[in-house]
Design a protein. Structure first.
Length: 415
């Protein structure tokens, strides 16, 4: 088995690529039963039985390997787990993509914090892992799920627009003058350099089922989707023209496999105070749909990244971490939205999770989703709805003064 890493190459050397989901589970289970269910769920997903390799030519790929995923029992809260684990590099070259931490374990239930490297999959992938974990916990038979990714050959768009193609060719040609292959020892150095001066914080707000139903009903009444509405609300409360990135599910079918199948689009918008919140939300929604309804725009970023020499993509992340110096790479990184030009806001809305809540004697009572503070975003918002309740998180660096409460002030009001 050998699958080349192309569209997701930026994930390989980014020093902040840990996706987190917390699942609060009701039902009595011993440590042994929890661990056995975890191991069984791991074995049901092909990607969790692979490792990453960087070839002598600089190419990178997945190949089969023994699973190296872990389940740890502890008494730490979610933020403490994130603060510790995001600073420890996932050894994907040894097959490590997923770390799980079981906490708050009582006779009534327990909580599991799942930390996954983005090369193991996207937010939906982690959702589907939780589904298989719960099925295994309940003693159900699992179906093996092959790895699915968005490879260049899978993108339903042919060629890049001419200017993008020409720019990719120029950058690859220019990079040849200083091209080098980075290895995992370089990534270790980047981690040490970056995390010696950085720390993140997580803020979270929970909306019960009544509040969630009311907010979503008002969105529907106003003719806007919640993602557009919350974008407009945040812009209203924070001010200024901002660049907003949206992670988008890239599954072209309804597969429930693990693997990175996400794409993304972006919008630049200044809140217009002459108009209502709903009108601003509608304007944002219109731009989002213009891009999502146009395959060339929806897949532009992945198509472009698939054309860039992988070692140049690695170099961009090394520069961003402060572990490599190159005027050309710095210039390219800036053009790609790194450095001073990172997105002001990044939003991932997993919407209502499309997995059951009940599994035999066990049930998922609540879920929280914390996306990583990737190198091309400042303020990362994660949204998930489960069991009728909505959780919204803000993941930022600890020196960021933004308050999630302030950002969401007035939520539910559409005037």
């Amino acid at each position: 088995m050998k699958q080349y890493i192309n569209t997701e190459r930026a994930d390989l050397f980014d020093v902040s690529m840990m996706i987190v989901m917390r699942a609060d589970i009701k039902g009595k289970a011993s440590d042994d039963r929890i661990r056995a269910a975890f191991d069984k769920a791991v074995s049901a997903h092909e990607v969790l039985g692979t490792k990453t390799v960087i070839g002598t030519d600089g190419s990178a790929y997945y190949t089969s390997a023994d699973p190296a995923q872990s389940m740890t029992f502890c008494n730490d809260d979610t933020e403490a787990i994130i603060a510790r684990e995001e600073r420890i590099r996932f050894e994907t070259e040894h097959g490590e993509f997923l770390r799980a931490f079981c906490t708050n374990h009582t006779d009534e239930g327990f909580t599991v914090v799942f930390c996954m490297h983005h090369l193991g999959g996207d937010g939906k992938s982690l959702t589907y892992f939780i589904e298989t974990f719960m099925q295994a916990l309940a003693g159900e038979k699992l179906t093996y799920r092959e790895m699915r990714r968005t490879d260049v050959s899978d993108i339903p768009v042919g060629k890049l627009p001419f200017l993008y193609s020409a720019y990719a060719s120029y950058c690859n040609s220019r990079w040849k003058r200083e091209r080098r292959r980075f290895g995992f020892d370089d990534l270790d150095r980047a981690f040490d350099k970056f995390w010696s001066t950085h720390r993140t914080k997580v803020q979270e707000i929970h909306f019960d089922s009544a509040a969630t139903e009311r907010i979503l009903a008002d969105c529907k009444k106003s003719g806007v989707k919640f993602t557009s509405y919350i974008t407009a609300l945040i812009l209203k409360n924070t001010g200024g023209r901002q660049s907003i990135g949206y992670a988008v599910d890239g599954r072209t079918d309804s597969n429930r496999a693990m693997g990175n199948q996400a794409t993304g689009v972006s919008v630049d918008h200044r809140y217009d105070r002459r108009k209502s919140l709903a009108e601003n939300a509608s304007a944002i929604q219109s731009v989002i749909h213009q891009k999502l309804d146009d395959p060339a725009k929806k897949w532009l970023v992945l198509r472009f990244m698939g054309e860039i020499d992988g070692t140049l993509t690695d170099a961009v992340n090394m520069v961003s971490a402060g572990a490599y110096s190159s005027s050309f790479v710095s210039s390219f990184a800036s053009a790609m939205g790194y450095g001073d030009k990172v997105k002001d806001l990044s939003i991932t809305n997993l919407t209502k999770l499309d997995i059951p809540t009940a599994y035999g004697e066990y049930s998922v009572e609540g879920v929280s989703f914390i996306p990583p503070v990737v190198s091309y975003a400042k303020n990362v918002v994660g949204i998930v709805t489960s069991n009728g309740c909505m959780n919204i998180t803000l993941h930022t660096y600890s020196d960021n003064p933004l308050s999630l409460n302030d950002m969401l002030e007035g939520i539910g009001k559409f005037g």
